[in-house]
Design a protein around this ligand. Structure first.
Ligand code: ADP
Length: 189
């Protein structure tokens, strides 16, 4: 599967009118790849269903079109994979999978808290990529909640420090697109 994208979504399919908190111009600009050339990160933050994964897949599709290498994973999958490699003494080799691509998309950061081993492995990935490649990340957690997520406030700060130094943070405030039909028909109200 192309870059391990879980599905194919495009920017054209994204209805910006439904999510007015999103700066459409910034999204368009990101699609031109300037962030990739500068090794900047892009973080989509917000509650479930507001389109964070859609936008990260759509940006991935755009940059793949321009010839950039992309690797897409959920944080849970990456952590499980690296933990196994660590236990089997082949961490260094396996880390390359997550360090080599020009863009690493890490989806669904925040749904599962990290134990100390996972937190350390996550830090290693972020550090290894720092100023060398872009990370595109989606999270339902605000930065203030990262201490709890990572289980260690010092490590959380170290990770955020590297992630945010050169980054675009896109806070999406709004309703879940998944629930829009149900809201309209009154199932939720
Ligand atoms: P999140 O990652 O924020 O939980 P998703 O990106 O998975 O949300 O979006 C949930 C579903 O709703 C997906 O099928 C996505 O394509 C769709 N979706 C979300 N926001 C929009 C939008 N503004 N326009 C069109 N489709 C959207």
């Amino acid at each position: 599967k192309l870059a391990h994208l879980p599905y194919r979504k495009t920017l054209e399919e994204f209805d910006c009118a439904f999510q007015p908190s999103i700066d459409e111009r910034l999204i368009r600009e990101l699609a031109t790849m300037t962030f990739v050339n500068r090794n900047e990160n892009v973080l989509f933050l917000g509650p479930p269903g507001v389109g964070k994964s859609h936008l990260s897949v759509a940006l991935a599709v755009e940059v793949i079109r321009l010839g950039v290498s992309v690797y897409f994973v959920s944080l849970a999958y990456m952590m499980e994979d690296l933990r196994k490699a660590y236990e089997e003494n082949r961490l260094e080799k396996r880390l390359r999978v997550y360090v080599r691509p020009k863009i690493l998309v890490v989806d669904e950061v925040g749904y599962l808290p990290l134990d100390p081993v996972a937190a350390n492995l996550f830090f290693q990935v972020v550090s290894a990529r720092y100023e060398r490649g872009s990370i595109l990340m989606t999270s339902n957690k605000s930065f203030g909640e990262w201490g709890e997520l990572v289980g260690d406030s010092v490590l959380a700060t170290a990770i955020l420090d590297r992630l945010l130094h050169h980054s675009h943070v896109i806070n999406i405030r709004g309703n879940s697109y998944r629930l829009r039909e149900k809201m309209r028909t009154g199932v939720y109200g």
